[in-house]
Every structure is written in C-alpha cells, then in structure tokens.
Design a binder for this molecule. Structure first.
Ligand SMILES: [Zn+2]
Ligand SMILES: [Zn+2]
Length: 339
C-alpha cells in the first residue's frame, strides 16, 4: 500500500513526510482492516511532527480522522461485515480495567493507544482497527465530509459538553478552524437562544466570514473586547495567549475550556484579580471517549452539521500540514485516497 510516513521530528515546513510502499497490514483477532477513503488533517499531527507530542515509534503513519470501508475482517469480528463504512477516531484502544476506564473516562487511561501516534493511522491506503473502536458513519455524510467529524467534531462536542453550556448564555470561541466551525453549529442547534462570539487571528477575514455565515453573533480579533462578557469560552488555538484573553473576558463564575493537546507557546502570566478571581475556572480537554463519538455522530446527522472541507491528495499531506500551521485552511483539510 501507499502511505505517507514520518521518520523523525522536524518543523513541518521541512515537508519531510515521505510517500512509501508498505505491505498491507494484517488484521488480528477482533480487528478490521479498513480501506481508507478519506483522512482528516489535524493540529495534533503538527504536534507529533514537531515533537511536542512525538509518536511512540518511527516511522509512523499519522492520521486519526479516518473514513473507509471494512475490507478484510480478522478472526472473531462480529460488529462489521465486509463493505461496511466505518470511521476511526483518536482513541484506538483502552485497557477497560483501570480506575479511569471503569468510570467511563477511558480518555484518561494510562495504557490507552492513540491512532496515528501509537499505532499506524490513516495517511495510507489501509489501516487496522479493533472492532470496538470503529464507528458506523451516518448516511447523511460523504466520506470526505465525515472525516473531520471524527476528531474536530468529536472533540469539539466533548469540549462544548465540558463547558457546562446552558441556553441563553454567551459562548466565546477562540480560533475558528476545523473544530470551532463544527462547535458553532452544535451550539446554535442545542442552545438556540445562546450567543456565540468568535475570536480569530487579526488577518483571518476568511475565518470571520465563515463564522458569520454559520451564525456568529459577533466576530473579532483575539485581543478584542467583545460587547458582553463570556459565560463560557473554548480555546482552540495552538498558542498560549488566547487563554489569558479568554479569562480576561470571562463573566464571574465562568469557565474556559482549552481544546488542545499541546501549546506551541506558553500561557502568559496571569493576574489573579483580573483573570481568575470571582470563581473563574479553567479546564482542559484530553482526548476523547467512544461515548463522545457514539453520541456526536448521530447528532451531527440530525442537525445536520455541514463541514467545510478542503481536499488534498495523499501525497500532498506535507502541503496540507503547512497550510494548517499557517491557519490558511478554511474549515477542515482532508486527504482523499484513490478508490
Ligand atoms: Zn485530531
Ligand atoms: Zn484503562
């Protein structure tokens, strides 16, 4: 099979992912081999390639927003049959036995394996997944549209849930890329009387236009002061400064949720009185659970979410990653694999 592999840590501008031929993976007991048709490009890949969250081995096939068809079943597979459309997300396996797994927090499992970090992912023609960690994809979505739902969508759904959002309140979104453009659609559907304020980098008029099209009640630059305090905020950005900005604009008793695995720059020093006092809270989002995916995918179909997608060929993964880093992809970038 053809795959784009990463062989070591480097800046993404070096474009060092390499197109190679590899043997097709063989599914073990309970595993499904998936012929990949689309794989989303996520910020986490930037963290992996640049060493903030290095893969557990090299070479590694990145990619954890995977849509394809079950093509070969390992022994004892009962949940899928050949030809079924399946999705694969960031969580690839969890132990099921630790204290976190037992209380439904498998996203915090110490032994968990992550797709495209600990096991080969979707920047390839084939990949293998345990049947318990694959999901049916609602019919409403094409393969390419469904791909970004599997990380940007699922983790955005989790982040919104962790805010404790209620209808009629004000939600601030810092950064408006793949995840935020889905979250605004969930928020406007579930909380029709809420207001959503969108903050993006000053020159990203494209992102602000998309936010307005999707119902944003106000858009501005990251350092702007919005017309009302924020009851909740989600920070999707790869840098530290917006966390402090969100806390500055937060209403008393409000909560900022940080939807990032790593930050490329530190969070600036906080002033206790200005940024934290009055019972303001900060919470991070770590990974996803199967429940997040199982709840979100049908909801996405019901709303229905309309993902804004820009397609790339598999061999254009390096270019897609550079554009992502520069904030130049409107919506979500997706690699499309040949039939
Ligand atoms: Zn991701
Ligand atoms: Zn566990």
């Amino acid at each position: 099979m053809k795959a784009m592999v990463v062989r070591g840590i480097s800046p993404v501008e070096g474009k060092l992912l390499e197109l190679v031929d590899l043997p097709d993976p063989i599914p073990g007991p309970g595993e499904v081999r998936v012929k990949v048709s689309a794989c989303g490009v996520c910020h986490t890949e930037l963290d992996e390639i640049e060493g903030r969250l290095p893969p557990s081995r090299f070479p590694m096939i990145l990619g954890h927003e995977i849509v394809g068809r079950a093509e070969r079943l390992g022994p004892k597979v009962t949940k899928f049959k050949e030809g079924d459309r399946v999705g694969i997300a960031w969580i690839n396996w969890a132990c099921g036995e630790c204290s976190f797994c037992l209380k439904g927090e498998e996203n915090l499992c110490d032994k968990a394996k992550w797709t495209g970090k600990d096991v080969d992912g979707g920047y390839a023609q084939y990949t293998v997944v345990p049947q318990d960690f694959a999901y049916p994809i609602p019919q409403a979505f094409s393969d390419v549209q469904a791909a970004p739902l599997l990380c940007a969508g699922v983790i955005g759904y989790r982040a919104l849930r962790l805010t404790g959002m209620q209808d009629g309140k004000v939600l601030g979104l810092y950064g408006f890329g793949a995840s935020a453009h889905i979250v605004i659609q969930i928020a406007k559907y579930k909380y029709p009387r809420c207001k959503v304020f969108v903050f993006s980098r000053p020159k990203q008029q494209e992102h602000q236009n998309l936010a307005q099209k999707l119902g944003a009640d106000w858009t501005g630059a990251t350092a702007d002061t919005p017309p009302q305090k924020l009851d909740y905020a989600i920070d999707f950005t790869p840098v530290g400064m917006p966390v402090r900005e969100a806390l500055r604009n937060l209403e008393k008793g409000g909560r900022v949720v940080i939807n990032a695995i790593r930050k490329a720059t530190p969070i600036p020093e906080l002033d206790y009185a200005e940024h934290l006092w009055y019972e303001k809270e900060v919470k991070s989002v770590a990974n996803v659970t199967r429940r997040d995916a199982q709840e979100f995918l049908p909801l996405a179909s019901e709303i229905p979410i309309v993902p804004e997608v820009r397609e790339f060929a598999l061999e254009e993964a390096n270019e897609a990653l550079v554009l992502l880093k520069e904030g130049r992809i409107r919506g979500a970038g997706v690699l499309r694999l040949p039939e």
